[in-house]
Design a protein around this ligand. Structure first.
Ligand SMILES: Cc1cc2nc3c(=O)[nH]c(=O)nc-3n(C[C@H](O)[C@H](O)[C@H](O)COP(=O)(O)O)c2cc1C
Length: 387
């Protein structure tokens, strides 16, 4: 298999192979990024969970912890979410002046009603002038740091925004665009529209386009590049409970057939024993990052079902493992499982959120004029649940 694309360039950074860990709120913190990077051999780009710009400029304590990186992380990639051009500008300047990151991504994909109701998230690109103003502030405030954006196709099938948004991004000096091939109305339901990724690539040939949506395996990633001509792939839910997917992605893009085998990098799926070791390591890293083992294990609970998906583990045991509070308890529970189980077929394919087709809640009159200069209340920033 030959390498399907040129190296991906994000400003001064070369991302080779062109694989990107999607920002995921509550997931892609420093510990999870570390795990994924270990499996990828340090190759690829690993984006932080979304950071709200207002919380950053106010130096909210939790937010300041979210913008921490492992000393070996390079480039350090922060995703920002903001609705007010001035606040976004301030946040970006703060990152640039204080050297907090090497790359800034802007999130315009959040479909959560609490946010779109105020005109934020994936509702925002509909207001072309507001989008332009935010991008302009971000790019000018970032100085030498590259600014990228991540978005959805639009609000719904009748209000598609990605082509206009892509053009505006190019005009404002954005370095690359990631497109999740769904509308806000789709949430995570149905299948991602990869044709839209191909259309965006044709529409903005000046800058790299990254494709996002429904990559569950390394083969899906290669196929997305082949079918859309995109310059790189952004992988989200596929690596929930499967950080070794990054080993597969790197191997596939480098033309190797090997697929992750836990620790040995061989061409087999990890057995439950190896999965259990990764689980404990993930929980330990979270504890070290938070500075409290128990809090780390509690934060890890949300990952348990993803790691165990498809394995023969009884429901009682699953419940027990999802309420542990110490590494010892987690390890002891895992040791009670039949750890010789090999990777089950049921563990491949979709995982994480898959529901969709919700009506998008918007502010009154939002759709009347895509070009009016209305701003968005900063309370559209309160969301923490991502894109
Ligand atoms: C739990 C979760 C949290 C997410 N948080 C964010 C976020 O903070 N910022 C963002 O741009 N997208 C966020 N997303 C969207 C993903 O980055 C990605 O666009 C989406 O999951 C589609 O890609 P996938 O099919 O590979 O999962 C989130 C998705 C999930 C499932």
């Amino acid at each position: 298999m030959s390498t399907p694309t040129q190296p991906l360039r994000i400003g001064p950074h070369t991302v080779q192979p062109p694989v990107v860990l999607a920002p995921m709120a509550g997931i892609t913190n420093a510990p999870f990024r570390t795990l994924c990077r270990e499996f990828s051999g340090g190759k690829g780009l690993f984006v932080s969970e979304m950071i709200t710009t207002r919380a950053l400029v106010e130096r909210n304590e939790k937010t300041m912890q979210l913008v921490t990186f492992d000393p070996t992380e390079q480039p350090r990639s922060i995703q920002l979410y903001g609705v007010d051009p001035a606040t976004v500008g301030k946040a970006v300047r703060m990152i640039a002046e204080e050297g907090l990151a090497d790359h800034i991504d802007l999130n315009f994909g959040c479909p959560v009603p609490k946010v779109t109701r105020k005109g934020g998230g994936s509702a925002l690109p509909y207001k072309r002038n507001l989008l332009r103003a935010i991008l302009r502030e971000a790019v000018s405030g970032a100085g030498d740091l590259p600014v990228t954006m991540k978005m959805r196709k639009g609000i719904d099938d009748d209000h598609i925004t990605y082509l206009d948004a892509g053009r505006i991004a190019v005009e404002e000096g954005v370095t690359a665009i990631a497109l999740h091939g769904r509308t806000a109305a789709q949430h995570y339901g149905g299948t991602a529209d990869w044709d839209a990724i191909a259309r965006l690539k044709e529409h903005v040939p000046e800058i790299p386009v990254l494709g996002n949506g429904d990559i569950w395996s390394a083969e899906d990633a290669l196929r997305m590049v082949r079918e859309t001509g995109c310059d790189g792939v952004v992988v989200g839910r596929g690596c929930l409970g499967r950080p070794w997917l990054f080993a597969d992605l790197v191997a596939a893009f480098e033309g190797r057939d090997a697929r992750a085998g836990g620790t040995d990098g061989g061409s087999r799926r990890p057995a439950l024993r190896e999965v259990a070791d990764v689980m404990v390591r993930h929980a330990r890293l979270l504890g070290e990052w938070i500075g409290d083992e128990s809090k780390g294990v509690v934060d890890f609970r949300k990952h348990v079902a993803w790691y165990l998906k498809g394995f023969a583990v009884g429901s009682e045991m699953r419940k027990r493992l999802a309420v542990t509070s110490s590494l010892e308890e987690l390890r002891a529970g895992l040791d009670e499982l039949d750890l010789d189980q090999s990777w089950p077929a049921g563990a491949d394919g979709p995982r994480g959120r898959t529901s969709g087709n919700n009506r998008v809640v918007l502010p009154d009159g939002w759709l009347k004029d895509p070009y009016d200069c209305a701003g968005v209340g900063e309370d559209a920033e309160l969301d923490t649940s991502g894109g």
